[in-house]
Design a protein around this ligand. Structure first.
Ligand SMILES: [Fe+2]
Ligand SMILES: [Fe+2]
Length: 263
């Protein structure tokens, strides 16, 4: 039940064009999401496998079946291959976006770099994000494709953004409540300082690690709590984390190395 809260469906790593992509999984997730009537659908990258225009065209057609009026889409490393970011902009618009729902601000940032698997945000994106947080009392969500923190089972660590330390510091200072990522097809949730970092798995690829299964996340944001649920297409739902919205201690003092961190 949606109740009186706001609902966000978070899907990631669709990978249209991959040998491992299963259209039935994506179509089923779309049906389930439509039944949930979310207020926003967040898609955190790797929509395509190689960034080719025909792959963008195909994934756009799948996502056109989502009935939610508000969708926020950012590219992943696979989408920026082969100069795929030009097609991303043709089919999905700006690579950064901000969505304002009642009491909730969602800022989505492009962490991909052309033809590189490694992610990076950089100070321009920091500034852009801070400027979009215009409502200090909102529940603040940030979305990016790459990991913010290392994840168990994700293999040799090369998946967090290159400037993760600086960006985590900024999220703490900005009082961000929740960060959403995708990338390595490893669903997981960490608590960091006073916010949560929730990684979605892949919604529609069988390129998974160990016992992971294709899945997506549903966020229900109520007056006093946020509840994150993992949903397996055709399968069950599992609550991942539930936390109170109002938990903002004073920001810790910056380390000497970041005293003069410029955003
Ligand atoms: Fe991926
Ligand atoms: Fe990725």
């Amino acid at each position: 039940m949606k109740g009186k809260g706001l609902r966000i469906a978070h899907i990631s790593d669709i990978h249209v064009g991959s040998f491992h992509f299963v259209s039935n999984l994506l179509n089923r997730a779309v049906v389930e999401i439509n039944e949930m009537e979310p207020d926003l659908v967040m898609v955190t990258g790797d929509l395509t496998n190689e960034g080719f225009r025909q792959q963008y065209s195909a994934v756009r057609a799948y996502l056109n079946n989502i009935e939610c009026e508000t969708m926020s889409v950012i590219p992943g490393n696979h989408d920026s291959r082969n100069v795929g970011y030009v097609h991303f902009e043709d089919f999905f618009g700006s690579r950064n976006s901000a969505v304002y729902l009642p009491g909730v601000t969602v800022v989505a940032l492009d962490s991909s770099q052309p033809d590189l698997n490694e992610g990076r945000l950089g100070r321009q994106n920091y500034r852009w994000m801070v400027e979009k947080f215009t409502k200090p009392d909102d529940f603040k969500i940030v979305a990016l494709h790459h990991h913010l923190l290392p994840l168990p089972g994700a293999g040799r660590e090369r998946n967090i953004i290159e400037d993760a330390g600086d960006f985590l510091q900024l999220l703490v200072e900005q009082g961000v409540n929740l960060a959403l990522s995708g990338h390595k097809h490893v669903p997981h949730a960490w608590r960091f300082e006073d916010f949560y970092v929730v990684n979605a798995g892949t919604v529609s690829s069988l390129r998974v690690r160990g016992y992971a299964r294709p899945c997506y996340e549903v966020l229900d944001i109520y007056a006093d709590r946020c509840v994150v649920t993992r949903k397996f297409p055709f399968g069950e739902s599992v609550e991942v984390v539930s936390f109170p919205k109002e938990t903002k201690p004073p920001s810790p003092k910056k380390s000497s190395a970041t005293e003069r961190l410029v955003i």
